[in-house]
Ligand binder design. Structure first.
Ligand SMILES: Nc1ncnc2c1ncn2[C@@H]1O[C@H](COP(=O)(O)OP(=O)(O)OP(=O)(O)O)[C@@H](O)[C@H]1O
Ligand SMILES: [Zn+2]
Length: 569
């Protein structure tokens, strides 16, 4: 048994997340957490809402609410949706928590002591019309790196380059649209990332087996141009973690807050503290402090590609630079983007399908299966309603659902609602067991390597093997000449359902639970396929489950296609 700390990139608070957000961070993290738990490992799986920064203020203003109230409400909405999608977080925290405030101020203090923070008096964009400085998303313009026209003050969403508002070409205020901007003097703290460049590079070089996407993005920002740049970590805003050195005030920095990207990853740690303070755990330090038991923890992070620079560079600078024994990430699983019907998913433009809408039209498992089996792993992938319909109907309805339904109904009608006795397995069964053993081993290997598409293919192939066996064995024909043989075939097939329930649970937890409940059985992982296929003995009672998956009809598909073509309000 090993100990696994798993975090998903923390979803931003400014609205309901879309399916791209879900498949690019929370959902694969959940898959991995569920798999590791099923294998008997000790898992702490954490996620939280990312609540600070300008977009939260903008969204709250749009909703006509104080930002704290808006964030509290949106946290509840996101938390409920996470439950709806069966995301099995041990705790879903908030980056605005008192724990995170304290810890962020603590890191600022130790980084300052280590000489890694410098105070800079600089010129910043000030909007005369708005009467305020315009940090980050309060300003947009053209990216100097790639020419993307809606680059924000802090980062270009198109090429992932981290930006400063002064870098933008043709900038304007996103509050008023005003281009009447001028430079005014203000004072800020900078994290001296450049001083840590060699150390970070060395550390990244020791991370063997990281996905190319992760290391290539990290290397790019380490070595492009003048190399890793110092980063402003404070803002002229009201909402956020007040700039302090631990509990002490920071002279000259009154009225300023830390930049959201400084405090957001620290929430991964604070979230474990929240988990303890909520009475769900008793020791956060054994997960996070290598001097307090976290030495043997394996820490895996999940995120979309635009989050990679912050997790490979900025956050490690915070951790390493502190000189304190905090746990560093062992593996970063990053994703490309899922696109929607020929364009991008976009929260700000309301484009795509959002988590609440998805659950209104279909149960979580349908989405989980399709999204995970089409996860944008080695390149961007595309959601279309046709692909979704085909994937769900073929894999879930025709293969898995149909198998479960045929086997249980046949048994009920020809034998009883109990596993039938009689018959001896022969060559066909031995072959099936050998093939399945190989598939299960393949599935485990891919899950352990977090190769999600390959794992989903192996799982699908395991389902298909059962169908092929059933087709070939044809118990509905066998029963006429050799009822004992048919009983043996059905006994095996019922055991296959149990096996599928266990293997599939990380992908489709509700259907798996329904299968297990119908079979009245446990969820012990099949260490040996042959013996797992004897877990349900003759005489074991079961119930025919309700239809597990309904097919998506062409009418439904067309209806949804039309309904989700426009802009969400
Ligand atoms: N289309 C996408 N496909 C896959 N992952 C995505 C996609 N868009 C965002 N992500 C990832 O989703 C996670 C949560 O994102 P976050 O809540 O910060 O929204 P975001 O990046 O601002 O997206 P958007 O701008 O569309 O709202 C991050 O890890 C991000 O990289
Ligand atoms: Zn760009």
């Amino acid at each position: 048994m090993a100990r696994h700390l798993i975090t998903s990139a923390i979803p931003y608070i400014n609205g309901v997340k879309h399916l791209g957000n879900l498949v690019g961070s929370q959902l694969p993290a959940d898959l991995y957490a569920r798999y590791l738990r099923a294998r008997g490992h000790e898992v702490l799986f954490l996620c939280a809402t990312d609540e600070h920064g300008t977009p939260a203020e903008l969204a709250a203003a749009k909703a006509g609410k104080p930002v704290a109230e808006y964030c509290a409400e949106m946290w509840q909405v996101q938390s409920d949706l996470a439950e709806g999608f069966r995301l099995s977080f041990d705790h879903f925290g908030r980056s605005s928590s008192p724990q995170n405030h304290k810890l962020t101020q603590h890191f600022a203090k130790v980084l300052d002591k280590a000489g890694l923070i410098r105070e800079v008096t600089e010129q910043q964009m000030y909007s005369v019309a708005d009467g305020r400085f315009l940090p980050d998303r309060y300003i947009e313009g053209t990216c100097p790196n790639c020419g993307f026209e809606s680059a924000r003050g802090d980062q270009c969403d198109n090429c992932t380059k981290q930006l400063d508002p002064v870098d933008l070409i043709d900038p304007h205020s996103t509050i008023s649209g005003s281009t009447d901007l001028e430079m005014r003097e203000t004072k800020h703290l900078y994290l001296r990332q450049s001083a840590m460049k060699d150390q970070i590079e060395e550390w990244i070089d020791t991370r063997v087996g990281w996905p190319v996407l992760t290391t290539s993005i990290a290397k790019k920002w380490l070595t492009d141009g003048d190399g890793l740049q110092d980063r402003g970590i404070t803002r002229d805003l009201d909402w956020g973690v007040p700039v302090q050195r631990g509990d002490e005030p920071w002279p000259g920095m009154e009225g300023k807050v830390f930049y959201v990207w400084f405090d957001a990853p620290i929430e991964y740690i604070a979230c474990a503290q929240e988990w303890v303070d909520a009475g769900k755990g008793d020791d956060w330090a054994r997960w996070w402090r290598t001097d307090k038991g976290a030495e043997d923890v394996r820490y895996t992070q999940f995120m979309g590609k635009d989050n990679v620079p912050f997790h490979t560079l900025s956050f490690p600078v915070t951790i390493l630079g502190s000189g304190e024994p905090w746990k560093l990430v062992d593996y970063i699983k990053s994703f490309n983007y899922l696109n929607y019907d020929g364009g991008q998913f976009s929260t700000s433009r309301g484009r795509g399908v959002f988590m609440d809408q998805a659950l209104e039209i279909l149960p979580a498992d349908y989405w989980r299966w399709w999204l995970l089996s089409n996860v944008p792993e080695s390149s961007d992938s595309e959601f279309t309603w046709e692909l979704f319909q085909t994937g769900v109907n073929k894999d879930l309805a025709d293969v898995l659902g149909n198998f479960v339904s045929r086997v249980t109904k046949f048994c009920r009608s020809k034998f009883a609602e109990a596993v039938p006795a009689g018959g001896t397995p022969g060559e066909a069964e031995a072959r099936l067991i050998a093939d399945l053993s190989a598939k299960v081993a393949e599935y485990e290997r891919h899950m352990e390597a977090i190769e999600i598409r390959k794992a989903s293919s192996a799982l699908r192939a395991a389902w298909v093997l059962g169908n092929e066996y059933l087709q070939e064995a044809a118990p509905w024909a066998t029963i006429k000449e050799d009822p004992d043989k048919a009983a043996m075939q059905i006994r095996l097939a019922l055991n296959l359902i149990r096996l599928y329930a266990i293997l599939s649970a990380p992908f489709i937890p509700d259907a798996a639970a329904a299968m297990r409940a119908a079979l009245n059985t446990d969820d012990a992982w099949p260490d040996d396929v042959a013996s797992a296929l004897q877990a349900l003995p003759a005489g074991h009672a079961f119930a025919v489950p309700d239809n597990l998956f309904a097919k998506i009809t062409d009418d439904q598909r067309e209806d949804w296609q039309a309904r989700f073509a426009g802009k969400r309000d």
